[in-house]
Design a binder for this molecule. Structure first.
Ligand code: FES
Length: 153
């Protein structure tokens, strides 16, 4: 790839909205790659912008760095990912997203009723969680009636 096609960190930071320190962090975490110029300055292929957009979207829906890395590791290294490569991620990621959509819907639809957290403060708790029976059912701390995704530490 011609060096003229490579972007300096300042341009990638400006276009992606990530601070240069975040770009260095994602590189250290193996989420993005950078080449070095003759002056040992980072230079990025333009397709890094799509990876960064994916990282932003994934972290905004609650994926951890580890989960994001698992998805990005499905992309080929050494050449710009093609549409089919991203399709592969999209198919794999669909399950994770559906799980989050279901969890968020449960949260949206159940926040005004008992969530089995042990507070016993709502009128619905008397019916749904008498004497905090949820504590025994939860299999651990937290709101027993919320999806595990919303209860993970
Ligand atoms: S909402 Fe907390 S125990 Fe019912």
């Amino acid at each position: 790839m011609r060096t003229t096609d490579l972007l300096p960190i300042s341009e990638v930071a400006a276009r992606s909205g990530f601070a240069a320190s975040a770009l260095r962090y994602y590189e250290s975490e193996g989420l993005i790659d950078a080449q070095r110029s003759g002056g040992n300055q980072r230079r990025y292929e333009r397709n890094v912008l799509r990876r960064l957009a994916f990282i932003r979207a994934a972290s905004n829906v609650g994926l951890t760095i580890t989960e994001i890395r698992e998805e990005l590791d499905r992309l080929p290294h050494g050449h710009a990912p093609k549409r089919s490569d991203w399709q592969d991620i999209s198919n794999h990621w669909r399950g994770r997203l559906n799980e989050r959509i279901e969890a968020l819907e449960k949260l949206r639809d159940n926040l005004d009723s008992c969530i089995g957290c042990g507070c016993l403060s709502l009128d619905t708790c008397a019916m749904a969680n008498p004497n905090d029976i949820a504590a025994a059912r939860a299999g651990g701390p937290g709101a027993a009636y919320l999806p595990p995704l919303l209860r993970r530490p």
